[in-house]
Ligand binder design. Structure first.
Ligand SMILES: Cc1ncc(C[n+]2csc(CCOP(=O)(O)OP(=O)(O)O)c2C)c(N)n1
Length: 631
C-alpha cells in the first residue's frame, strides 16, 4: 500500500486540469513526487523505468502548457510514458501495470482519452502526429499536435520519412526530441556526435547567447538569420545552429533546452506554440534521472524486474534455467569463433537478443544498426552477396517491420541470411505490441525460406549450427522469451537434416504434431492422457518449412485424428501448412489446429495467458479429450 501522506501534491492531481492550477514550486514538488512514486511502485512489480524517470519534467510541462486531451500528445514507443499515465488518471493503477487485467505498459487508445495514439514499436510518433495535424486542418479545428521522440527512435528510418513529409506539408506540428543520448543501451545515432561537437564548441556557445536565442524570439529576424546561415559554409553554419539538419528538412529548430528544467521547458512550449509550421524542440535529458542506481545503470533499468529500492539490484529468482537468449548468444560466439565468415547483427537490442555476448567476445564481428530492422535485413543481404554469413537477431514482433526486405532483398535472391527470432510466441507483460505471434505465418509464405523452432535449448544450439551451415538460402530459427528447459547441453554441435521431424512418443489414438516450446506441453498432456487410457503419438516437427512430408504421409496413414500445436496465430501458421499438405493428399480424417486465436492478446504472464487460451498442458488435455469425443 502506498503511504499517501508522504506526498504533498501528487495525490491532488487526478487529471492534467489539476496541473494547470499549480504554481511553479508545486509543479517542481510534483516532479520529485512522481519519481518517488515510480521508484516505490516499480521496484515492487518491475516495468519500464529509466525512460520515464527522464521524461518527468517534460510530461508535466506538456500537460501544463497544452490543453490535453483536446490538444494531442503522441508519445513514441511508449515505455517512457509512465509519468504521463500517472498524471492522466492512472496514478492509482500504476501498481497493476503490465499485469493481467492491469493497465498496459505502453500507450493504448482504449485505455485513456489522453493516449492519442497506441505505441510499443519505435519511431512512429512523427508520422502519426503529422496524420493528426493534417486531419485537424481538414476538420478545421485548432488543436495542437505534439510528437515526442527519443534519440534512439531517431535511428529508425520512419522518423525521417515523417520529417521529410512534414516539411513538404508544412502543417502546424511540434516535435519534441527527447535526447538522452541513450537507446536501451548506448545509442548508435551518428547525429549525436554532430550535436555534441557543436554544442560543446566555444564559438557556438558565444553565438548561441547573442544570436540564436534572439532568432528564436524574433520571428522575422530569426527567419532572416536562418536564411543567411543556410547559405554559409558548413563550418560556420554549425557554429550558429545545431539544428541545421532539421531546418533542412523544413522544421524550425529550438533548443537545446534542458529537459529537467521545468521553468525553461514551460517557457519554451509557451513560446513555440504560437508558431506555424513544423517545429522541433530539442530537449536534452538524462535517462534514469533522479534515481542514482538508474542513472548509473541505464541499460539495466531501462526495463526492470522487481528490484531493491536502495541498491537498484534485481531481486533474483533462484534456480531458473538459463534463457534461450543467453543460450543463443553463447552458441553464436562459439560458432563465430570457428567460422570467420559469421557475423551478428542487432537492431538496437544487443542485450535483449544475447548478441552482447558476441560483442564482448568478438567485437569486430558485431553490428548494432540502431532501431532499423528494415536496414538490418538489407544490410545482411548485401553482406551475404559477398560470402559473409550474417546472423540477424531480431525479436519476432520487430521483424514484422522488415517483411518486404526479407522477401525482396533476401529470399528472391536466395541469399543465405540467418534470421534469429527471439521472443516468438506470447511474451507476457509487454502485451500485444510485443507478442511474437505472427512470424510462422509471415515467414511460411515466403519461397525458399527454411523455418525451424527448437523444442529445447540443446536443439536451439544445433539448429543455429544447421542454419549457419545451410547453403540453400534464407533460414529462420524462432524461440520463445524466457527460461529454457534446463536440459543438458552437448559439447560442440551437430547438424539436423533439413526438413526432418522426430517422433518422441509413439501412440495410437491421436497424433500431436508440435513445434517449438509446444512440444514440451504436448509431452506433458500425453502423459496426463495416459490416465484416461488415451495414447498420443507426439512428434517434434522441428521444421515449419519445409515440412517433413514423409512423416506426414506416415502419420496420415496411421491416424484419423491429427492435432497440430504451435505458439503462433493459427491463421496461416504451422497447422495451416500441415492442413494444406494433407488436404492435397485427400486426407479424410480430422485435423484440429491449436495455437493462438485470431485476435490480439492482452498482457499477463506467459503462464497466465497459456492457461486462459487453453494451450497449457491442462488445457490441451481437455481439448484432446473433446477432440477424441471422450468428454
Ligand atoms: C521497432 C522497434 N525496435 C526495437 C524496439 C525496442 N526498444 C524499446 S525502447 C528502445 C530504445 C528507445 O530509445 P529512445 O527512443 O532514445 O528512448 P529512451 O528510452 O532513451 O527514452 C528500443 C530499441 C522497439 N520498441 N521498437
Amino acid at each position: 500500500m502506498t503511504d499517501k501522506s508522504k506526498y504533498k501534491v501528487l495525490f491532488k492531481v487526478d487529471s492534467p486540469k489539476d496541473i494547470r492550477a499549480l504554481s511553479l514550486d508545486e509543479l517542481k514538488t510534483l516532479c520529485t513526487e512522481i519519481r518517488e512514486y515510480m521508484v516505490d511502485v516499480i521496484s515492487k512489480i518491475g516495468g519500464h523505468f529509466g525512460g520515464g524517470l527522464g521524461t518527468v519534467e517534460l510530461t508535466v510541462a506538456l500537460h501544463k502548457v497544452f490543453d490535453t486531451p483536446n490538444d494531442l500528445i503522441v508519445w513514441d514507443t511508449g515505455h517512457q510514458a509512465y509519468p504521463h499515465k500517472i498524471l492522466t488518471g492512472r496514478r492509482d493503477k500504476l501498481g497493476t501495470i503490465r499485469q493481467l487485467n492491469g493497465i498496459s505498459g505502453f500507450l493504448k487508445r482504449s485505455e485513456s482519452e489522453y493516449d492519442a495514439f497506441g505505441a510499443g514499436h519505435a519511431s512512429t510518433s512523427i508520422s502519426a502526429a503529422l496524420g493528426m495535424a493534417v486531419a485537424r486542418d481538414i476538420n478545421k479545428s485548432d488543436k495542437k499536435v505534439i510528437a515526442i521522440i527519443g534519440d534512439g527512435a531517431m535511428t529508425g528510418g520512419m522518423a525521417y520519412e515523417a520529417m521529410n513529409n512534414s516539411g513538404i506539408i508544412k502543417s502546424n506540428l511540434i516535435v519534441v526530441l527527447n535526447d538522452n543520448n541513450m537507446s536501451i543501451g548506448s545509442n548508435v545515432w551518428q547525429i549525436s556526435n554532430y550535436f555534441s561537437e557543436m554544442i560543446s564548441h566555444p564559438e557556438y556557445n558565444k553565438f548561441k547567447g547573442a544570436i540564436w536565442d534572439l532568432t528564436g524570439k524574433l520571428d522575422n529576424f530569426g527567419d532572416g538569420i536562418r536564411r543567411v546561415t543556410a547559405r554559409l559554409g558548413s563550418g560556420i553554419k554549425s557554429m550558429l545552429t545545431p539544428g541545421m539538419l532539421f531546418e533542412a528538412l523544413g522544421f524550425r529548430y529550438f533548443g537545446p533546452v534542458n529537459g529537467h528544467n521545468l521553468d525553461q521547458l514551460i517557457k519554451m512550449f509557451e513560446h513555440v506554440k504560437k508558431y506555424n509550421g513544423p517545429i522541433l524542440v530539442h530537449a536534452t535529458s538524462e535517462k534514469g534521472k533522479g534515481y542514482k542506481p538508474a542513472e548509473e545503470h541505464v541499460q539495466r533499468l531501462h526495463a526492470a524486474t522487481p528490484f531493491d529500492k536502495v541498491t537498484g539490484e534485481a531481486i533474483k529468482k533462484e534456480g531458473a534455467a538459463p534463457s534461450y537468449t543467453s543460450i543463443f548468444g553463447e552458441a553464436l560466439l562459439e560458432i563465430a569463433k570457428q567460422n570467420p565468415k559469421v557475423i551478428g547483427i542487432t537492431a538496437a537490442m544487443s542485450d535483449g537478443t544475447g548478441l552482447d555476448i558476441l560483442k564482448n567476445g568478438l567485437p569486430d564481428r558485431f553490428f548494432d544498426v540502431g532501431i532499423a530492422e528494415e536496414h538490418a535485413v538489407t544490410f545482411a543481404a548485401g553482406l551475404a552477396t559477398q560470402g559473409i554469413i550474417p546472423v540477424v537477431a531480431i525479436y519476432s514482433t520487430f521483424m514484422q517491420r522488415a517483411f518486404d526486405q526479407i522477401i525482396h532483398d533476401v529470399a528472391l535472391q536466395k541469399l543465405h541470411v540467418v534470421f534469429v527470432l527471439d521472443r516468438a510466441g506470447l511474451v507476457g507483460a509487454d502485451g500485444p505490441t510485443h507478442h511474437g505471434t505472427f512470424d510462422l505465418t509471415y515467414l511460411r509464405l515466403i519461397p525458399h525460406m527454411v523455418i525451424m523452432a527448437p523444442k529445447d535449448e540443446a536443439e536451439l544450439r544445433n539448429m543455429l549450427f544447421t542454419a549457419v551451415n545451410y547453403k540453400g538460402g534464407p533460414v529462420a530459427v524462432r524461440y520463445p522469451r524466457g527460461s529454457a528447459l534446463g536440459v543438458k547441453l552437448q559439447d560442440g554441435f551437430s547438424e539436423i537434416p533439413i526438413g526432418k521431424a522426430e517422433c518422441l512418443i509413439e501412440g495410437k489414438d491421436v497424433a500431436i504434431l508440435a513445434v517449438g516450446n509446444m512440444v514440451e506441453y504436448a509431452q506433458k498432456a500425453s502423459e496426463k492422457l495416459l490416465n484416461d487410457g488415451i495414447k498420443c503419438e507426439v512428434v517434434n516437427m522441428r521444421f515449419i518449412k519445409p515440412l517433413d512430408e514423409n512423416m506426414l504421409d506416415q502419420i496420415a496413414n496411421r491416424f484419423n485424428k491429427i492435432l497440430t500445436l504451435e505458439e503462433n496465430t493459427i491463421v496461416g501458421g504451422f497447422g495451416s501448412g500441415v492442413m494444406e499438405y494433407l488436404s492435397g493428399k485427400k486426407y479424410k480424417g480430422d485435423i484440429l489446429r491449436l495455437g493462438l486465436p485470431d485476435h490480439f492478446i492482452d498482457h499477463g504472464t506467459q503462464k497466465e495467458l497459456h492457461k486462459i487460451l487453453g494451450i497449457d498442458s491442462d488445457g490441451l488435455t481437455e481439448k484432446i479429450k473433446i477432440f477424441l469425443n471422450k468428454k
